[in-house]
Design a protein around this ligand. Sequence first.
Ligand SMILES: [Zn+2]
Ligand SMILES: [Zn+2]
Length: 227
Amino acid sequence: MSSEIARILARLARQAKPGGRCWLCLEPSPDPLCPHCLADLPKPGRRCQRCGEPGPDPCRRCLAKPPPFDAVHYGCPYGPPLDALIHSFKYQRQWWLDAALCQPLLAALGGAEMPDCLLPVPLHWSRQLWRGFNQAELIAWQLGKALQLPVRCDLLRRPRRTRSQQGLTRTARLRNLKGAFALKGSPPGHVALVDDVMTTGSTAAALARLLKAAGCHKVQLWCLARA
Ligand SMILES: [Zn+2]
Ligand SMILES: [Zn+2]
């Protein structure tokens, strides 16, 4: 499905929903998450600004060998109650949850440096066809609208279908992602990759390496949650 069609469908779906209620507590609310539920969500807390790992900043791993991306921002640690919403959003085609899921991330982006554009992490075309949309694009559009940042869906490609990174060793993850991504055109100097959940960070690392080799000087990762 083209990006434009997915965007129109998402808007129609939102309009069709009985609005005005919080997705978590179902109380009347002007926003998709009410102020109480938003305040009750677990917060990222003290963490390494470079990779998002909870604890000291910078963390030991980044001191020894920093990742190719420069900063990680996320809405909350992956877990209840947002994990259920993320699951419905991704796997049950409930794309209208995008605005609710972006609220904690937007709140966490208060002090972040704004990039030149947002780059949603691409899906292989076969996966996007099966799912009906790329969840990272929906998130990027929400963020782009709220922060008035351009979203570029034309720069990154995923020409090779990869297996899930879950349960793979570090070496196997790197091998799995080899040649998975491609760049079409030249990127602006400062970009933020957008994804739903950061797990190992190897996807973001592979994309950041590609972008930096093409002249990008700063690559951030913005995601809904970090596992
Ligand atoms: Zn609520
Ligand atoms: Zn770190």
